[in-house]
Ligand binder design. Sequence first.
Ligand SMILES: [Zn+2]
Length: 347
Amino acid sequence: MFHLLLHACLAAEPATCAERLLPAPAPLTEEECHSTAAERAAGWLLRHPELTAGPSRCAPTADLPQLPLKEIAPGLLVHEGQDGLPDTANRGEIANLGVVIGSQGIAVIDAGASRAQAESLFSAIRARSDLPIRALILTHMHPDHSFGADLFREAGAEILGAPRLAAGIEARAASWMESYPPQVGNGALLGTLMALPDRGTADERLELGGATLHLRAVATAHTDNDLTVFHAQSGTLFTGDLVFNELLPTLDGSVNGWLAWLDEPRPEVRRIVAGHGPAPLPWPDGAEATRTYLERLRTTVRAAIAAGQPMSVAIRDRDPAEAARWQAYDTSHPRNVSAAYAELEWE
Ligand SMILES: [Zn+2]
């Protein structure tokens, strides 16, 4: 199997260049890759006026950078994200990602933080299988999970997400495109385009041949567009950011809704792949740190509101034991207090 690689630079910053992988929906031989290269590169560049292009080449899968994946059940693979909030060292590649390989096709769970990360996930998949990538399932809108989506559309996948995912991305796309490049570096995002889902889904089964995925949208919790994916054969639930470990949870939805989701009984679930932290973890123990943090957040903010404290005072809350336990506590906790305060002051 061969892949087209195109050398490209930022038009506004000509020293910032990278080789981009242009995936084909069906596997190509070396000859097919060469004979279609000029036309495919030209078509791709039409969608990227921010880039200038250099030479292209065709390379076999084995020569491409591949994202590390570990197999946690037959045909079920997980990539563990790096530590911390997005920065230039981790290039935003902090989220856990999943791949399901059935006998009739492949599904990807979350796309990674950039075109570059999605490419290395694609190469890692192609090193294992040449079956069609039928679906990219986005667990929610946040950039570390969604920014690689466009690559999987080019690779032939249908992009699925919760019914409110498209509106969530559309409302924030412009501000992310301003705030995100300085955090992770312009080079990390070279060629990255925001992609909207092809279709929203609230409750759906996806059969991949020996692997059944159950997609289920969630009431407002971490965000208003969370969606979980259950791998029936192994009892594994991909929670997206409804569960965090190590990195402090970030509240972009509803603390009440989030705790209600955590309290639902799920006898069918044996283990989870959380959005951040080690994966897999047992259920429900693997969600205990998230639950404990959110319960304390809600209790503290309710008490502040009851005591008549303004938000500007409430956000000074700091628990030393939690600060020692979580990454990014001092950055994310004040924001969580402010989000919870805005929600709970109307109770
Ligand atoms: Zn998130």
